[in-house]
Structures are given as C-alpha cells and as structure tokens.
Design a protein around this ligand. Structure first.
Ligand code: FE
Ligand code: FE
Ligand code: ZN
Length: 286
C-alpha cells in the first residue's frame, strides 16, 4: 500500500482524533502532526479516551500507527548551549507524549550552531540525543536540512557523524526532505544516487520518513521554501519517481507543502500522486 499523507493539525480539544479525521479527509494512508503549535512548546495533557478512539479509527481505516510520525517543534535547538537544558527536557517530555499516544517516530531538526561552529554544534546534538534516547521507546529521525544560516544536518556526512556517535542505534534514524535536499545541493532527479550514499554512509534501514515537497528555489540555494508538488523547481515527475521508488516502499511519505490562502492542498496533491498525473489544481482555487 502506498504510504502517503501530509502534516495535519492537532489541537487540545480533539487531539489525535482531530488529526486522524483530517488525514482521512485527504484520502491519506498515514500522516504527521505536531503535538502542539510547531513554533512553541506549550503542550496540553493527553486525554486517554481520545487516544483510544483515535487508535480505533485508525485501525478501522487501515492507518498503521507505527508509520505515523510526530514532528518536534522547530524552535528546539540541541546544537546551541544557550537553551540546551530546556531543549533536552522538552524533548524528553515529547518522547513521553509520543509513548502515551502510541507513536514510534519523531522527526527532529538537528539544530543550528549559531556561531559555535560545526564541530561543537554536532557534539552538543550528540550529547543531547544520547541523553534523550537513553530510555526512549521512540525513534528520533534527524531531518536533512537545507543549510539555511548555521543549520546542521545539511549534508549526509554531518548526519553520519551524528549517528555514528549516538549510542542507542535502535532509536536513531533519518528523515529525508526533498526540498531540503535540493536546496542543500543534492540532485533529487537521481534519487537512487542519494539513497546509495545514505546506504553507504549510514545504512538505508535508518531512513524512517520522507518529506515530499517541491522547492521554490533552484538546487544549492540553501533557502528552504517549500512549494506545492509540480509547481516548483523539482517538478511533478521527479517527485512521483521518489514516491514510487521501490526502495522506499515501506517508508511514510509526508507532504509539507504550503496552503493556498486558507485552503489545504493535500486532498488534491494526494489525488494527483495516486493518479500519477499532474493537474493545475491551484487554478480552481479562488
Ligand atoms: Fe521539518
Ligand atoms: Fe521537512
Ligand atoms: Zn523545510
């Protein structure tokens, strides 16, 4: 079965049940969510009966909870020591929340060194991960980044360096983001080359999630601005090839493409992906 979905909302009232319903409304077979607002760390307690109802709804609709992913808030920065203790303690709580909900994977931006330099930044990330992952039942997937500012994890060597130094190898992995890879300088038209490099450096089994985004900018731009699929510099056919690459069959593919005004694009994009046919759906919106 094609594992395709998008990031969906999560609010304190409907929690996971609201997220599942939103994913189903797009025709998705998996999804990703933040356990609260992505740009802050305010989190509400998890309601057990909502979790049970949501899990039941997932089962009834063939959504495998083992393939559903949480994204850690992007203000969490393990690379810089300024808010390091807060970042580590927040991530530990986030792991606990995932465990309570039954989620096995959490995507994390490795962090930005903000002037400390690559080596120090990476060491901070490793120390933080080793602390957080010590007793974790959740696997943290390090997202490949575009290389904006002092972002770390913008090439596979940095990802390899981090993973090599993480003690709990069962609980660390990678999330490949097509827009970020493109913006970082990887040619996503030859995705098998990228997968070969991942396999050689860390092992393909570490890949736990793929973010499917087109890019507003050309290769090596280091910008990180997502575009709707088929409307950017990567293009529809290339993204389809990645989505249907046999080596990635069991890995959830998640759209993080921009809304068109108030309109979520995911129903249309998932439909195009299922049909393997591009349609100018934006023309029909407003
Ligand atoms: Fe991300
Ligand atoms: Fe992403
Ligand atoms: Zn991005």
């Amino acid at each position: 079965m094609l594992l395709i979905g998008s990031h969906v909302k999560y609010n304190s009232a409907t929690q996971l049940l609201g997220s599942v319903k939103e994913a189903l409304s797009y025709g998705a077979t998996t999804f990703m969510f933040y356990t609260g607002a992505p740009q802050n760390t305010a989190r509400s307690p998890i309601n057990k009966s909502i979790v049970e109802n949501a899990q039941k709804m997932m089962e009834e609709n063939n959504i495998d909870i083992n393939k559903v992913v949480v994204h850690a808030p992007y203000i969490i920065n393990l690379a810089n020591t300024e808010k390091y203790d807060f970042a580590v303690s927040f991530l530990k709580q986030e792991v606990k929340r995932c465990e309570e909900i039954g989620i096995k994977y959490m995507v994390l931006h490795p962090g930005s060194h903000v002037g400390l330099g690559e080596e120090v930044g990476i060491n901070n990330i490793v120390n933080g991960l080793n602390d957080v992952l010590e007793n974790s039942k959740v696997t943290i997937l390090l997202e490949t980044m575009a290389g904006k500012g002092s972002e770390l994890g913008c090439n596979l060597d940095q990802i390899k360096t981090i993973i090599d130094k993480v003690t709990n190898k069962d609980k660390i992995g990678i999330c490949l983001d097509t827009c970020h890879l493109n913006d970082a300088g990887y040619d996503v038209n030859n995705f098998d080359n990228i997968l070969d490099e991942v396999d050689k450096k860390v092992g393909l089994k570490f890949v736990g999630c793929i973010h499917i985004n087109d890019s507003k900018n050309p290769i090596s731009s280091h910008k990180d601005r997502h575009e709707n699929i088929g409307y950017g510099t990567i293009g529809f056919d290339t993204l389809i090839d990645i989505i249907y690459n046999k080596r990635l069959e069991d890995i959830p593919k998640i759209l993080e493409t921009p809304y068109i005004g108030e309109h979520a694009p995911y129903k249309e994009e998932i439909e195009m992906i299922k049909n393997k046919k591009f349609e100018d759906f934006k023309a029909n919106i407003n």
